[in-house]
Design a binder for this molecule. Structure first.
Ligand code: MLC
Ligand code: AMP
Length: 499
């Protein structure tokens, strides 16, 4: 007798929680049973009678909400690789991902149909609307081995264009279970998702941890400080996770509220059991101000697209301001010098990570994948020092990586685009420290003095090619960029132009 196909653990867990609420979003409130049913429909729409998508890439674009979750699960249940696209990206960036991932199918929320249909056509991808996929008749589903590829998240690096970081089902499971264990997620938790769903912070730490645990994930389509405060004030959340810029925005909104509302805001925070910050360095002033407002010492943790979360302050025990803690369950971390030798205790070194949550490969880039590892350890490019067992992040090996609003952007990628502007001869992009954004993207350009070149004109032009968070926010026109004897641009000198 044929036994039914084995479920992925995420799906098996959902069956255990069938009657409970899974998702609360703009589209309504949905149980785990709804999620199982609707994702099976999406899977059938993707499969179109085939047995298994066999790791076909399915690129999809939907605002954070029900359609997004149903499609993500549908892709997984059909045996495909989920490639989430970014709602904030202009068509040029969307097309790059569809093309690079070699997406066999493109799924769009009706809101994005106009942008995506021509891209799908040009790339020979089948095009599907979420509205249709979610209503398809369900059919038989394949059994998925956990070693198979599950997701490709595009991430900027030290080489021009973003690369697709591929995670398997087993890798995702390791990333999720590390956090579920360390932060003691349970089915009684309720979290508000305010982050974009094309990066691991939103996808793994918030959405998938919640759904793995049988918890409730409330989703807002985009971050709005006032709306988030209203949900917090209701007192129904147990967990909240965000990037430092979001906490900065929440602090500003709190400071602008009247006394009575502030009390409700603070009371709502105190009802929660945990508030987490990550994706970029949390300024100690933000941590202190948030402690006054909420009564919580923000738990700061450190992660990366390629590894999920690696280091975390403890849930129980001392959370040290300015430090990111110690390895999460299953994660091994070491600090090494330029040659790859482990450094002496108390000496700074590059963080290298190993463990079951580390990604499989950069999609179709074997050379980049090989370079990213040393003796089986993933090289993060971040430099840290260990103080009493807690890691302090000191900076990055590369000046060409910028973190702005929690987004990682590549100076080289932006420079490549700017160089295609007819007036720009040479250019250099740098990250400059910024209270609100962590770092802000700044560009120095070689442009004739009489060209009347303005920041606004540059932004308007660049908006067609780059996501809003990659746009230069400050501009300096120069006759010649500072260069060393080899002719290489001296980025620290460029950065000085902006202070
Ligand atoms: C937007 N603006 C910026 C900017 N982004 N200005 C400077 N720098 C930036 N990076 C401008 C807009 O153009 C606009 O200007 C104004 O700010 C308000 O725009 P907005 O659209 O309201 O901004 P918003 O979308 O609210 O963005 C703020 C944010 C967002 C903090 C919500 O940046 C965000 O969601 N960040 C999270 C990213 C994330 O999830 N990272 C995790 C990566 S995974 P104007 O003039 O038009 O009004 C990872 C691993 C790990 O890092 O460890 O987690
Ligand atoms: P991403 O590639 O977008 O996943 O971003 C990962 C990078 O974000 C890391 O390599 C770090 O540089 C940075 N990062 C994540 N968490 C922290 C943190 N708590 N403190 C400082 N930097 C962080």
């Amino acid at each position: 007798m044929n036994s039914p196909p084995a479920d992925l653990p995420l799906i098996a867990h959902a069956r255990e929680h069938a009657g409970r609420t899974a998702v609360v979003a703009a589209e309504g409130t949905f149980t785990y049973a709804d999620l199982l049913d609707t994702s099976a429909r999406v899977a059938a729409a993707l499969l179109q009678g085939r047995e298994d998508l066999r790791e076909a890439r399915v690129a999809f674009l939907a605002p954070p909400g029900w359609d997004y979750v149903a499609v993500q699960w549908g892709v997984w249940r059909a045996g495909g690789i989920a490639v989430p696209l970014a709602v904030s990206h202009p068509p040029a960036e969307l097309e790059y991902v569809v093309q690079d991932a070699d997406a066999e199918i493109v799924v769009a929320h009706p809101q994005f149909a106009e942008a995506l249909r021509p891209i799908a056509e040009r790339n020979g991808s089948r095009f599907l609307l979420t509205a249709d996929a979610l209503k398809a008749e369900p059919g038989p589903l394949p059994s998925i081995d956990r070693a198979r590829r599950a997701m490709i998240v595009y991430t900027s690096g030290t080489t021009g264009k973003p690369k697709g970081a591929v995670t398997t089902h087993a890798g995702l499971e390791a990333q999720v279970t590390a956090l579920v264990e360390a932060w003691e997620w349970t089915a009684d938790d309720r979290i508000l998702l305010v982050l974009p769903l094309h990066h691991v912070h939103g996808i793994v730490n918030v959405l998938t941890c919640a759904l793995w645990s049988g918890a409730v994930c409330e989703i807002v389509p985009r971050f709005d400080a006032d709306e988030v405060w209203r949900v917090i004030e209701s007192g129904r959340l147990t967990l909240f996770m965000a990037v430092p810029t979001v906490y900065g925005r929440l602090i500003a909104a709190y400071d602008g509220a009247d006394e009575a509302r502030r009390e409700r805001m603070s009371a709502g925070c105190r009802r929660m059991r945990l508030m987490v910050s990550g994706s970029a360095a949390l300024p100690v002033q933000t941590l202190e101000r948030w402690r006054q407002i909420s009564g919580h010492v923000l738990l700061e943790r450190y992660g990366m697209t390629e590894i999920g979360m690696a280091l975390s302050n403890p849930l129980h025990g001392e959370r040290r301001p300015g430090l990111v803690g110690m390895p999460l369950p299953g994660v091994r971390a070491r600090l090494v010098d330029e040659e790859g030798a482990e450094v002496e205790p108390g000496t700074p070194g590059e963080i290298e990570i190993a463990g079951p949550g580390v990604f499989l490969e950069y999609w179709r880039r074997p050379d980049a994948t090989a370079q990213a590892f040393r003796d089986g350890w993933f090289r993060t490019g971040d430099v840290a020092v260990v103080e009493d067992g807690y890691h302090r992040i000191l900076g990055r090996r590369s000046v060409d990586i910028i973190k702005t609003g929690g987004y990682k952007v590549s100076a080289l990628e932006i420079e490549e685009v700017l160089r295609t502007h007819p007036l720009i001869g040479e250019c250099a992009v740098v990250g400059v420290l910024d209270e609100q954004w962590g770092e802000r993207v700044c560009a120095a350009v070689e442009v004739p003095e009489d060209a009347g070149f303005t920041l606004q004109a540059l932004q308007e032009w660049a908006r067609e090619h780059l996501a809003p968070y990659k746009l230069p926010r400050d501009l300096r026109r120069v006759d010649a960029l500072p260069r060393n004897a080899m002719g290489k641009v001296i980025k620290p000198e460029v950065a000085k132009l902006f202070v």
